[in-house]
Design a protein around this ligand. Structure first.
Ligand code: ADP
Length: 567
């Protein structure tokens, strides 16, 4: 396209210049012809024939032009410079018309460039003055034209060659621009293929190498980011990153769970609007302002979570504080265990102190002289024996519970006929039932399926529940045991019409040392561990236990045990 345009342009320039040049020569030839014709007319009208010869000679030598004068019959009167007359419309000229060579092709082919004007003498004769370029000058015009044509074609050829050459160079450069644009958009899959050994080939290879390295670096970075995000997700600790304005930049799933925030939409929000804790917000601001780490233990309400928080400021490349990282550790469980431990020690101490104080009191009384009275001494010693028995039971219960809780108890789980065990247990309590005037009956169907349990410990379960039922049912009350197969379990119910348990105490009734009312059970000689042991044993057999109770109406302790399957 460019070559064609260039060619057309050159051709146009060539034609314009050539026309201008030829037109100029034509005009000067015409002017010269007019000048000669008027000079010839003057000379011939005055009869100075010799002067016409002189004019021709001067014209030839000074102007390098040929001159021919033709009479009315077409005969040459004067001729200098070999001007040919062929092709001239002599008839028209002699009739009074001017002529100038107009056809470029004719000029080129016949090498003739002429102009002619008529000379009308006073005597009426008409002559024709023909002025023309000498053949050598026409040849010069032709050679200039040829030179121009050669120059034009060489220009066209050169531009075509240059175009081809630059196409060869530009094409890979265009591809490279395109590929680098792809790089800028993060697409490194495209490469440039230039096989040449020149600088462009080398540049393309370097570009491909750069793309590969960038791709590897980006992939590594991406992998690192993914690893980091997976790591953050799997962390049990909550991690929150905030900027200097305490706006959340990152928050992991654990942090959202700890503070009860929605994982979506938390990022970009102010810390205080996500974790509604004024003290924590202040501690974070303080860490940012001071540039030093801060530690805090906070309690989040209403979920009652205790968190240990470490706030570490982070800096950018120039060392300026860019925000901080907040790491939150959930201490709720540890706090709970700590509380359980202190409660346990307090409870054990309390349980031990009561019988020990009593024993000590009786020993002191005996030593103060009571031993001299055998009846009194015997009574005191019985009380001491009872208290020691209570201490032993307490210690035994504690050991049992500890063994069950730490899975140290070797359970001999097998198919057990619960009905027989219930009958054995009732025999133990027969006396006490009668002493307290309690009615006992059972509702255990014949052929009750056997259950999966350790028979000795199942006996212990019924003993503990029956013991409580007798203890907490006033005289004249009723106690009964029910058993009912339900699906793949057998449900057992130890029921009484006793004092019952207030609703608010029901959730805690199976806790160690928990007593509904210390005063009402203190005299009962219980350790407060009976139900805790029952719960752990039932769970160890794969069953479940719960209680239904109403104050002054009675209680039902219900537990399930899996039916024994032959497989
Ligand atoms: P304790 O040795 O004090 O009886 P337990 O663990 O066996 O300890 O029972 C815990 C508490 O549950 C008792 O102190 C009593 O307040 C209450 N409790 C247990 N069984 C009954 C029941 N059948 N009726 C009413 N209260 C009961």
């Amino acid at each position: 396209m460019v070559t064609v345009l260039f060619f057309v342009l050159l051709f146009f320039v060539f034609c314009t210049l050539n026309n201008f040049y030829i037109e100029n020569i034509k005009r000067s030839l015409m002017a010269e012809a007019f000048f000669i014709s008027s000079s010839v007319k003057l000379a011939l009208d005055s009869g100075r024939y010799q002067e016409v010869q002189n004019i021709a000679a001067v014209f030839r030598s000074r102007f390098s032009r040929g001159l021919t004068i033709v009479d009315g019959q077409g005969n040459k009167i004067i001729s200098s410079g070999e001007i040919k007359l062929n092709g001239l419309p002599l008839g028209d000229i002699l009739k009074g018309k001017n002529y100038a060579e107009n056809d470029v092709v004719r000029i080129m082919v016949f090498r003739e460039f002429r102009a002619s004007v008529p000379v009308i003498l006073e005597n009426g004769a008409v002559l024709a003055v023909v002025v023309g370029l000498l053949p050598v000058d026409v040849a010069k015009i032709i050679s200039i034209n040829l030179l121009f044509v050669v120059f034009t074609f060489s220009g066209v050829l050169f531009s075509t060659f240059m175009w081809k050459k630059t196409r060869f160079l530009i094409k890979p450069l265009e591809t490279m621009v395109d590929v680098t644009r792809n790089f800028a958009q993060g697409n490194f899959a495209r490469t440039v293929h230039v096989n040449s050994q020149n600088e462009i080939g080398q540049l393309s290879r370097e570009l491909n190498l750069l793309a590969r390295r960038l791709r590897i670096t980006l992939e590594e970075k991406e992998e690192g980011k993914m690893l980091m995000s997976e790591l953050m997700k799997s962390l049990e600790d909550g991690v929150v990153v905030v900027d200097v304005e305490t706006r959340i930049v990152f928050i992991n799933a654990s942090a959202c769970q700890l503070v009860g925030a929605d994982s979506k939409g938390a990022e970009g929000k102010k810390l205080i609007s996500v974790i509604r804790h004024y003290e924590l917000d202040e501690a974070v601001k303080e860490a940012i302002n001071r540039g030093t780490p801060n530690y805090k233990e906070i309690t989040l309400l209403p979920r009652d979570k205790t968190l240990k928080v470490r706030i570490a400021p982070c800096r950018d490349k120039e060392g300026k504080i860019s925000g901080c990282i907040i790491v939150m550790k959930d201490l709720t469980e540890i706090k709970h265990i700590e509380k359980m431990r202190t409660d346990f020690i307090a409870n054990v101490s309390h349980e031990l102190r009561t019988p020990l104080t009593s024993i000590r009191g009786f020993i002191e009384t005996l030593m103060d002289g009571a031993y001299k009275d055998p009846t009194l001494a015997k009574r005191f010693l019985r009380i001491i024996e009872k208290e020691v028995g209570r201490l032993c039971r307490l210690i035994d219960n504690m050991l049992d519970l500890s063994r069950i809780e730490t899975n140290q108890l070797r359970l001999n789980i097998k198919d057990v006929s619960a009905g027989e065990i219930i009958k054995e247990v009732i025999l133990i309590f027969d006396n006490r039932l009668r002493e307290k005037d309690l009615t006992y009956y059972e509702n255990v169907p014949e052929g009750l399926p056997k259950v999966k349990a350790d028979p000795d410990w199942l006996r212990q379960i019924f003993v503990n529940l029956m013991d409580n039922a007798i203890k907490y049912t006033p005289s004249g009350g009723k106690i009964w045991i029910e058993a009912e197969p339900k699906g793949d379990v057998v449900e057992f119910r130890v029921c009484d019409t006793g004092i019952g348990i207030p609703e608010e105490d029901l959730p805690r009734i199976f806790e160690r040392f928990y007593r509904v009312d210390k005063t009402r059970s203190a005299g009962s000689g219980g350790s407060g561990l009976g139900l805790a042991i029952v719960k752990h044993l039932v769970r160890a057999f794969g069953g479940d236990i719960w209680v239904e109770s109403k104050v002054n109406q009675g209680s039902k302790f219900i537990f399930t045990l899996k039916k024994f399957s032959k497989s």
